[in-house]
Design a protein around this ligand. Structure first.
Ligand code: FAD
Length: 473
């Protein structure tokens, strides 16, 4: 018999439940990837994601070829393509690992029903989470909206499951008479971006790159993680986010390796808790699917957000706000497709508090520019910063970007790295150059003279708008 193994955001062979199911049942797996961005609703992948996925697919195709199999890359619509391919190969089963984006969950439910009606065995698996979003619930059987009890409950029921390794040889889909499939160029059009050169100095999409990254982190990064993770100038985090988003490494394998590592318990626990935030984001998105477009907290519905001005957003997106830590973060994002978590929080607070713009304006830019853009994590990150989400920072807590920079980039190294035009400024001026106009004029003549919003005024206006909301004004 033959099984179509439908690859999506699980671009690996290791510990791949759908592939495993095919082989365990003695079926010849026909690996297929279907390009169908128009089936993703309002959140079709952004440009940076596409650039990453293209490379990741090439790596997966290569890895399959090395094992005697091959990846069929086809155009959507997904359902029609799966049906046609099943007819052509005589497949009896269609197997895939789940995705949890609301639009995709609904689509996949439809596809599963239709395939079953057509007499096929359609089955989905958990290939990307430690827990299914519906496995963790409160004593009352409700979903969680606060992280700590969610994660405590999850850890209490956690059992490591045995990991699975794909064999060195896989049966060839030729046995099933599978067609050639399109070449990668035909399905994910080569846009020849001129902005991604800096991405690939720092990251290697694909399963081998993910493995290397994990090994490097286990060897050099995990010990000390609890402290180093907030220092933006330090390479103190795993940088696994895009690999995890595209499923190039199994999160079960990451967690198992971290659990087995001989490092101080706080480092291990802190890292597992970050994986826990990822779980929590998927839990919330599954149970409250409106969060991807709307505030989770309905009390924020009448908040007086500012009108989004293109010039304001442009200055933020391009790293020209005049606030060094924010501009440094936005340049890191543009040049590498990734931004340090602490800086993501600072720039998101700036947008939603100092600029008083609805979080979706910032979330959109992140969506297009992050290689790790992930609907659950991005939504949660933005709603957390905006004070509109589950277990969010309250709206009245406004990050001061200058004191954040002084605390987490005390030598100003991160600022100097991503904003070389400020590298000549001595330290205190590098954090708040507008307070040192002479130095700024002399040493960094092209940098904005003033922040796009005065820090004290922006903060006061945000707090006033929040007070008005509370008072029902
Ligand atoms: P590590 O510190 O090594 O963490 C390990 C893994 O845990 C990460 O790879 C990630 O999968 C997960 N993780 C860590 N922190 C979080 C978190 N706060 N929420 C959910 N999962 C987390 N993460 C994304 O993967 N995609 C996004 O689109 C995204 N958008 C964000 C937007 C904002 C405004 C904020 C504040 C955070 C966002 N994050 C997002 C979360 C976090 O910033 C990144 O996951 C992290 O910086 C990735 O770097 P790392 O892999 O080195 O993290």
């Amino acid at each position: 018999g033959v099984a179509l193994v439908w690859f999506r955001d699980d671009l690996r062979l290791d510990d791949h439940p759908a592939l495993r199911a095919a082989l365990d049942r003695g079926l010849v797996p026909v690996p297929v990837y279907i390009h169908a961005p128009d089936e993703e609703g309002a959140w079709a992948p952004g440009a940076a994601s596409d650039a990453w996925r293209r490379r990741s697919l090439a790596a997966l195709a290569e890895a399959l070829a090395q094992r005697g199999s091959r990846l069929l890359m086809l155009h959507g619509p997904s359902l029609g393509t799966l049906q046609a391919l099943a007819a052509l190969t005589g497949a009896e089963a269609v197997l895939w690992n789940r995705r949890y984006e609301p639009h995709i969950e609904a689509r996949d439910t439809r596809i599963k029903r239709q395939l079953r009606q057509a007499g096929l065995h359609a089955e989905s698996f958990n290939g990307s989470l430690l827990f299914e979003p519906w496995e963790i619930e409160t004593k009352q059987g409700d979903p969680y909206r606060v992280f700590t009890p969610f994660w405590k409950n999850a850890l209490a029921q956690w059992r490591l499951r045995p990991l699975w390794e794909a064999s060195a040889r896989l049966p060839s889909p030729d046995q099933a008479g599978a067609p050639d499939g399109r070449h990668l160029d035909a399905i994910v059009p080569e846009t020849r971006p001129d902005w991604d050169a800096g991405f690939w100095d720092e990251a290697t999409p694909g399963e081998a790159g993910a493995r290397a990254r994990l090994q490097a982190f286990l060897a050099h990064g995990l010990e000390g993680y609890a402290q180093a993770r907030d220092r933006m100038a330090v390479d103190g985090t795993s940088r696994l986010s895009a690999h995890l988003h595209f499923g190039e490494v199994s999160v079960q394998r990451v967690a198992a390796a971290v659990l087995a590592a001989e490092v101080p318990a706080p480092d291990r626990e802190r890292f597992l808790a970050e994986l826990g935030w990822r779980e929590f984001a998927h839990h919330v998105m599954h149970h409250y699917p409106h969060v991807v477009d709307q505030d989770l907290d309905p009390r924020m519905a009448d908040f007086r957000w500012a009108r989004p001005l293109r010039t304001t957003l442009d200055a933020w997106e391009r790293g020209r706000t005049g606030v060094p830590i924010i501009d440094a973060g936005m340049r890191q994002l543009w040049q590498t497709g990734w931004m340090h978590n602490r800086v993501r929080m600072i720039v998101a607070s700036w947008v939603t508090k100092h600029l008083r713009l609805h979080w979706r304006h910032g979330a959109r830019w992140f969506w297009d520019t992050l290689v790790d853009a992930d609907l659950a994590n991005n939504t949660q990150g933005w709603q957390w910063a905006a004070g509109t989400g589950a277990d969010a920072a309250p709206y009245f807590r406004v990050f001061n970007p200058v004191s954040q920079a002084m605390k987490f980039d005390p030598q100003g190294e991160y600022i100097a790295r991503w904003l070389p035009e400020l590298a000549a400024l001595p330290l205190p001026a590098r954090f708040a150059p507008w307070e040192h106009p002479d130095l700024l004029r002399r040493l960094a003549p092209r940098y904005p003279r003033q922040p796009q919003v005065d820090l004290a005024q922006g903060r006061a206006a945000a707090l006033e708008a929040f007070a008005a909301l509370r008072a029902g004004r």
